[in-house]
Write a protein that binds this ligand. Structure first.
Ligand SMILES: C[S@@+](CC[C@H](N)C(=O)[O-])C[C@H]1O[C@@H](n2cnc3c(N)ncnc32)[C@H](O)[C@@H]1O
Length: 171
């Protein structure tokens, strides 16, 4: 089967530009921005978590959280209180922080930070990791170095995912 070709959706520049516009939209008329895959999918994901996860304090981490909309829904509708979200786009995280700041008690439940899941040194731990659309973007990443096959990024993603669940080593 042929692999995906490179796409703008696989570049950081694309996401920086996207969230720069969304950041401005939020500042000027409180528009929170895109819900990837639509509201129905998001509702189903939140409902799945409510049905399956008993503990409201388990650490849930959203890989490539974008504007953070899913985390806010997990806090507001699901009652989850130990949420982490990161994205490699500083604009996305700024937007997610601005929206959380405007929401009731959201800032205390959602820890947001800038991070690249593929940089090989991802060190954040969680109990549950979720991803809505980020692995898709990773799979469309343009190769800067032609000697590295696209599978390099997918493997790096899996390595980082494994790290998320590893107990911290102590010496
Ligand atoms: C399709 S969007 C989905 C955003 C969000 N999960 C949602 O459902 O609204 C993909 C997201 O992945 C982020 N992303 C792509 N590659 C990443 C990487 N290597 N590390 C962290 N975030 C990444 C992008 O900046 C973008 O916010």
């Amino acid at each position: 089967m042929a692999d995906f070709g490179p796409s703008a959706l696989g570049t950081k520049e694309h996401w920086d530009n996207t969230y720069e516009v969304e950041l401005e939209n939020f500042k000027s008329h409180e528009e929170e921005g895109e819900i990837w895959f639509g509201e129905k999918v998001q509702r189903e994901v939140v409902q799945y978590f409510i049905n399956k996860i008993e503990s409201k304090s388990v650490c849930i981490m959203d890989i490539g959280c974008g504007n953070g909309v899913l985390l806010r829904q997990l806090a507001n509708k699901g009652g989850f209180s130990n949420l982490k979200g990161f994205d490699y786009s500083e604009n996305a995280i700024q937007l997610a922080k601005n929206i959380a700041k405007a929401g009731n008690e959201l800032e205390s439940k959602i820890d947001l930070f800038v991070g690249d899941f593929l940089d090989g040194s991802f060190a954040h731990r969680c109990g549950i990791a979720l991803d809505k659309g980020t692995y898709d973007a990773v799979s469309l990443t343009t190769l800067p170095d032609a000697s590295k096959p696209l599978d390099f990024y997918r493997q790096q993603y899996k390595n980082s995912l494994t790290q998320c669940f590893m107990p911290k080593l102590q010496f």
